[in-house]
Design a protein. Structure first.
Length: 325
């Protein structure tokens, strides 16, 4: 009798699991997939999301619908992802902002470390140090020398307090031992406009954002804040090569799911996205953004995100950046 009851309970549990997730993992997917994007249409997150989504749709035969949930430096999208049903039919793009926000805001409406599960990194792109093309600065050494000669005389722009550009510049100040004045803007576009207009001396920006202005000759890129030179600009040194050792500041983009999604589904996503990132047209699209593909297994991606969170603790503390929530 006991054996019979155990069998019935096992069958019931299997049925409940299948009902909870809509089907067995092997039959996945049988309906459209929602892909939550953390930043506006046309940005790097959005372009990567739609590129990956289209290829998933082609491979799996189900629509992948991108949904831009914009606001609060990615927090709105991250919250929607964290609170979605853990059935594999909602995934999302997470980015460097996820690691920054945990250290920047006193509280968040979700637990970054337990409510969101990274699946795989998609790509990363470096911050680059740029100046107005007519500024007279030809190297990082030129900038550092000018800043040391007149402490506080040079200013730098950012798209807002706590953003990637702001924190990269604060890392630069600390590493180079210089004093710069922060001028925060409401978004990167007005900051870039004032740099090109000569009202700002320097700034950091992720390569996709600055790319068009660099190619047009309106800005000069002095260095790349990555371990290696950019394949798109092999003549431009890294920050370390330019005299600021161990200076790395990159923006990264990953696919994640709400906690509780079956491991089998996470692995299916990871393997399929890794395949997609090897496709020539996808690699070309990513390269056109100034980014590089970086597929990782779920466990490796989780470890990477945790390392990024830890890395930003000291940067934000040193910068004094703080936002209310």
């Amino acid at each position: 009798m006991l054996k019979y009851l155990k069998t019935v309970m096992a069958i019931a549990l299997t049925a409940w699991t299948a009902a909870a997730f809509g089907q067995s993992p092997a039959a996945f997917p049988s309906k459209p997939i929602r892909l939550i994007v953390d930043f506006p249409a046309g940005g790097t997150s959005d372009i990567l999301a739609r590129t990956i989504g289209q290829k998933l749709q082609e491979a799996w035969g189900q629509p992948v619908v991108a949904e831009n949930r914009v606001g609060a430096n990615g927090i709105i999208a991250n919250e929607a992802l964290a609170k979605a049903a853990p059935d594999g039919y909602t995934i999302g793009i997470i980015s460097s902002s996820l690691a920054i926000n945990l250290n920047l805001y006193p509280s968040l409406p979700f637990n970054t470390l337990t409510d969101i599960v990274p699946i795989t990194l998609i790509a990363s792109t470096p911050n680059v140090l740029v100046v107005n093309a007519t500024s007279g600065f030809k190297s990082v050494n030129d900038l550092v020398a000018a800043a040391k000669a007149k402490p506080g005389a040079l200013n730098y722009a950012s798209g807002g307090v706590g953003g990637s550009a702001h924190l990269a510049a604060e890392m630069f100040k600390r590493s180079a031992g210089i004093d710069l004045v922060h001028v925060p803007y409401n978004g990167m576009n007005p900051a870039l406009a004032d740099l090109m207009g000569g009202r700002i001396d320097l700034m950091f920006a992720v390569l996709p954002v600055a790319l068009g202005h660099i190619k047009s000759g309106k800005m000069t890129m002095l260095a790349v804040a990555d371990r290696n030179r950019s394949p798109m600009f092999p003549q431009v040194p890294t920050m370390s090569e330019a005299g600021v050792p161990n200076f790395v500041s990159t923006a990264w983009y990953a696919v994640a799911a709400p906690a509780g999604v079956p491991r089998e589904l996470l692995d299916r996503y990871s393997v399929e996205i890794a395949r997609i990132l090897k496709l020539p047209d996808v690699r070309e699209r990513i390269a056109s953004l100034g980014a590089e593909p970086r597929p990782m297994a779920p466990a490796e991606t989780s470890a990477f995100v945790k390392d990024e969170i830890a890395r930003y603790v000291q940067v934000i503390r040193d910068s004094g950046a703080k936002l209310d929530r």
